[in-house]
Write a protein that binds this ligand. Sequence first.
Ligand SMILES: [Zn+2]
Length: 280
Amino acid sequence: MSSIAISPGHYGVGTGAKDIIDEVAEARKVVDRVAYLLEKEGVKVYKIVDNRSKSQSQNLNYLISEHNSKNRSLDVSIHFNSSGNRTDQPLGTEVLYRDEALKTFAGKVSQAIANASGLKNRGAKKRTDLAFLNGTKKPAILIEVCFVNSLQDVIIYQSKFQEICEAIAKECLAFIAPNLEKEKSNLEQIEKEIQNNLPSIGNSNEQFTSPELKKRLEAILKDKKMIEVMIQKGISEQAINANWMEKLKNGSLSSADLLGLCTLIIEHQIKKCEKIMSIG
Ligand SMILES: [Zn+2]
């Protein structure tokens, strides 16, 4: 099972950056929402929230040891940035990483947040001086969602909160379960092909005088297994040619064909009965 450990930075409201919004309060909201979205996708999520530390160093030690105690494949820390004085300028989102191998992933997350929200994309930033990135033992990123002192950033963040969280969740999911999306779309494709390959009525010129008959036939035509059994029965009784199974499988069997085949199969059975009766 895919798993992730995610935590908001710092240890209590007011212990991080604060200006138009409070970093810690917002980081906790983002963590809650991202965790919820990932759990919905079947990911095991370890949400780590520090409500007991009394200092920044206690907090970092706590977060690092909690993250490292979990059986997870990705460590994510959520923060909000600050550049000091309040500004009307948009400043944007960025994702910090330490290991070179995570540069691409960090860049993707930053880009995805920017695309989803309209926040300026500051991109992936290599940092070798951050305790969280240095101390956690699994691949780790630290997301600086936006700047708490930028009016533009805060307006965008507040109106695009859901989209931002979805972007983070989606990129994390793609990182920890890269085959999941592919498997899902493959499965959908196969199901679609099976449906498309089944003969359908409605686009033919046949007219049904009984709606009930049409309904029952439509139900059978959606049942590939049943059609397969019917054709197999016809082939094994030598009522119809074996290549009709090929036609069913490659999708070229029409509903008119099926009607014809069923007629042949029944005709064959009637003749067989007549033969037996005449011998008798
Ligand atoms: Zn922070």
